[in-house]
Ligand binder design. Structure first.
Ligand code: 3PG
Length: 322
């Protein structure tokens, strides 16, 4: 496990940016960080890119800055000297890969085909940038390629948009998505950084797919839970479903015992519980009561705060396909 890769994975989105002004680098890094994105890939496509990396790494070390579009070994060296914490290449290049491995640079190599993935796998990489992802076949491509390469995870980049990002983040082989889509370009060109922060936070909340799932009532006992669920079902025609708790349709969950000292809870769904946890913790809101599935993947947690006698839990639920 690598801390930087984990951070990128938990954030879910790796902003990719070609900065045209050194002055914008630190304010942008700060705005993205407070919007919930602690890592950024600055591409070496502009003259000021190395200086941007240097300034972010020196003046705002909270952000993990990486260098993208690295095409030569000397660029990799220069980027690391400037303070890049990770290196990204657009395609797979064995010379650069070997160079980075030998020097202990963290590399996320680009791959665009099965032969690349195999080479990267053999060299020990377990997180690669799939680029350009959408033209290559997008999520279907990732699903196919993940079959033979167990444990390989992809940072899907190239053509990611607000319309397709959620389906990527629901897939277990996707470590994160990368892209320029997350950066509000007009606000950036006008230098309106506090608005960037607000917009990115709102975008991340949208990407995480928060939706109301149900209201929970913490009943005294099993009998009370049934009585309560049946009352709602009698009114609204919902089916009563018994399990660990008693549901009236999907709208009302009646717990069979008091819980967390609160009378009620509200359940929200998300497309990724682990990333939602990271999102709230980045806002300074603690989390608790984690639940994991059979594969050890977290699917539910409570916020460590209450509102008007309501506890709040956030639970993974796949996106409903219309
Ligand atoms: C990159 O270098 O990773 C891409 O230019 C990002 O692609 P996008 O602009 O389609 O997000």
């Amino acid at each position: 496990m690598n801390g930087v890769i984990d951070l990128i994975g938990n954030a879910g989105v790796l902003p990719v940016i070609a900065l045209d002004s050194e002055e914008k680098a630190v304010p942008l890094a700060k705005a993205l960080y407070s919007g919930g994105l602690p890592a950024i890939e600055v591409t070496l496509r502009t003259d000021c890119a190395l200086n941007c990396i240097k300034r972010i790494s020196e003046e705002y070390p909270e952000t993990v800055v990486g260098a993208g579009t690295v095409l030569t070994v000397s660029q990799a060296d220069e980027a690391v000297r400037a303070g890049a914490k990770f290196i990204v290449t657009p395609g797979f290049d064995e010379t650069i890969a070997r160079h980075c491995l030998d020097r202990g640079y963290l590399l996320m190599p680009g791959v665009s085909g099965v032969a690349d993935v195999q080479k990267a796998y053999v060299m020990g990489f377990r997180t690669v940038k799939l680029f350009p992802c959408e033209p290559l076949g997008g999520l279907d491509y990732i699903k196919q390629v993940s079959g033979p390469f167990r444990g390989m995870r992809f940072v899907a980049t190239g053509g990611i948009t607000f319309d397709n990002v959620q389906s990527y983040l629901e897939n277990g082989s996707v470590r994160a998505v990368g892209g320029s889509f997350i950066i509000p370009k007009k606000l950036l060109s006008e230098g309106r950084f506090s608005e960037i922060s607000r917009e990115v936070r709102a975008s991340m909340a949208k990407i995480l797919g928060f939706k109301l799932m149900h209201v929970g009532i913490h009943c005294e006992n099993e009998q009370d839970a049934f009585r309560t669920a049946e009352w709602f079902s009698g009114l609204f025609g919902f089916c009563v479903a018994d399990g660990q708790t008693v549901f009236s349709g999907t709208a009302v969950e009646c717990m069979k015992a008091p819980y967390l000292g609160k009378k009620y809870h509200i359940g929200f769904r998300t497309v990724s519980a682990e990333r939602a946890k990271f999102f709230f913790e980045n806002m300074g809101i603690g989390t608790r009561e984690y639940k994991y599935d059979g594969n050890g993947k977290m699917f539910s947690f409570y916020l460590d705060c209450v509102m008007k006698d309501f506890a709040v839990h956030v639970t993974y639920k796949p996106e409903e396909k219309s």
